[in-house]
Design a binder for this molecule. Sequence first.
Ligand code: FES
Ligand SMILES: [Fe+2]
Length: 333
Amino acid sequence: MRERLFLLGRKPTTATSAPAEPPEPSIPDWQACDPREISQALGRALARPSGGWVVLDATRAIQKGPRKYVVNGRELVAWWCKKPGHEGTRVGPDHCPHMGAELSKGSVDREGRIVCPWHGWALSGETPKGTFRPLVTFDDGVLSWVRVPELVSHGEALTDRPYLPERPRRFLDATIRVEARCEPRDVIANRLDPWHGAHFHPHSFANLRIVDRGLDHITARVVYRIASGVGMEVDARFDSPEPRTIVMTIVAGEGIGSIVETHATPISDGRTAIIEATLATSERGSVISWLPAAGRLLRPLVEARAKKLWLDDAEYCERTYSLRREKAGRQDP
Ligand code: FES
Ligand SMILES: [Fe+2]
């Protein structure tokens, strides 16, 4: 039963790419959402190459100081080098080559080197020093990626840069990082099930219908709630450019070209970091001009909304992970 809401902004049906008003679904969502089809779509996403790259965090977060991360069981330190001509994210083992101090508890000097808190060894992060082997990094302007060679699938080559989704030219960006007890595949599978949107997040979504499906994408028409009884209707397409990323793109309605990139990075067995970047844009010139200026004001609101959704979705992912483990335990006692 469709909820009556006051809709703001451009309707998806006014965009040429949008289909005509879709008919009411003939079957309920719990029947339309076929776990075998989600599993097949997940299989296709997981088979894509990654080049060995994973997202570490928002570059903005790394710029605030040295930080510790665990990726695939490896303790890493990440910091920002602001030496002119050498600016960028640096990542290496969080283990000083002298006596093993945690470099993430150190500081960054004027030369952009990480300085060990115990005896002051300064490491550039550009060349190896003893056991300290820096990792290859990539800053895409919003997120910092790190290349972890053991994360490539069998036979797959490492690449010079990650497989990046297409982004809008000008945008307002907001990024969150949360953790969940699951594997990256649970995060991707969660997004390949748009049917749960209005049922599981009634505070944020309403009137969701699937309007287009293909082998590598699924598009939902959904009302995004703005306030009580008020929303904005958009067509949101989900696809996966690489095995640990799923992207939602607004393809019709207000904010065409805006994307939400959800990246899942393995921390350790059964633990995953979810780094989600929202890149909001608009086709309206007047809105575009104030997007960068509005960042400081709007960013915390967008991040709070994304975190609220991830409170629900982390529970969903943890449930699918524990059910899979239980099933595997029964099959392999
Ligand atoms: S442990 Fe780092 S300099 Fe000694
Ligand atoms: Fe969700």
